[in-house]
Design a protein around this ligand. Structure first.
Ligand SMILES: [Zn+2]
Ligand SMILES: [Zn+2]
Length: 201
């Protein structure tokens, strides 16, 4: 599968054609290349931290990252940092190294000025804008030289504690509900789920 086919499949998964999921796809592919790993189909190989937040534009970035890397919500190998940023860190758990890739806004004015984005600004839902106009916008980023649209960090050591799937769940010491061990908090001598612990996260 070449990259453009991956992009088309991202849009199919995502539900519409948009620039943010496109650059998320490109960021994911670059991160895989930098770490010299393949898209994953399991939970034990890669982990991704995507820096989007909630209720802001361009969260679509995360779907491109999910589709291209195989780090997905359902496999629990992706998490949101909640910072409202179009960036992602991909972690190779086996080799304990990671790379951060972020959106470089070098061409963002062209994206913002595209007919697609003008219609979006007028409140037209993305799936009601002709696909040619969406592709025209997407290609501004997809066909650009990599360094103009992505900032790529160094591959760096990244100690990653993998809780694994076998020991994945334990009952909370207060409410007794099954909770992922990664989310149990220690309060005194008890392990508690986050709501019982009183911690925010
Ligand atoms: Zn989108
Ligand atoms: Zn509890």
């Amino acid at each position: 599968m070449n990259d453009k086919e991956i992009l088309k499949k991202t849009f199919n998964f995502h539900g519409h054609i948009c620039w943010a999921s496109a650059i998320g796809t490109r960021a994911g592919l670059v991160a895989l290349r930098e770490l010299d790993v393949k898209r994953t189909g399991v939970s034990g190989e890669l982990h991704c931290i995507v820096e989007i937040g909630d209720h802001h534009g361009a969260q679509c970035f995360a779907d491109g990252v999910q589709y291209s890397t195989g780090c997905t919500l359902g496999k629990a190998n992706i998490e949101k940092a909640g910072w409202g940023k179009l960036a992602m860190t991909l972690i190779d758990k086996k080799n304990q190294k990671a790379v951060r890739v972020s959106y470089n806004p070098g061409r963002h004015k062209l994206v913002a000025g595209s007919s697609f984005m003008k219609k979006r600004g007028d409140g037209v839902p993305p799936d009601q804008i002709p696909p040619e106009e969406a592709w025209e916008m997407v290609n501004i980023l997809w066909d650009a030289p990599e360094s103009e649209v992505l900032s790529i960090g160094e591959v760096e050591p990244y100690p990653y504690e993998d809780f694994g799937e076998i020991m994945g769940l334990k009952p909370c010491g207060i409410c007794g509900e099954m909770t992922s061990v990664a989310y149990l908090r220690v309060v005194g001598e008890k392990h508690m789920c986050i709501p019982c612990s009183g911690y925010e996260h």
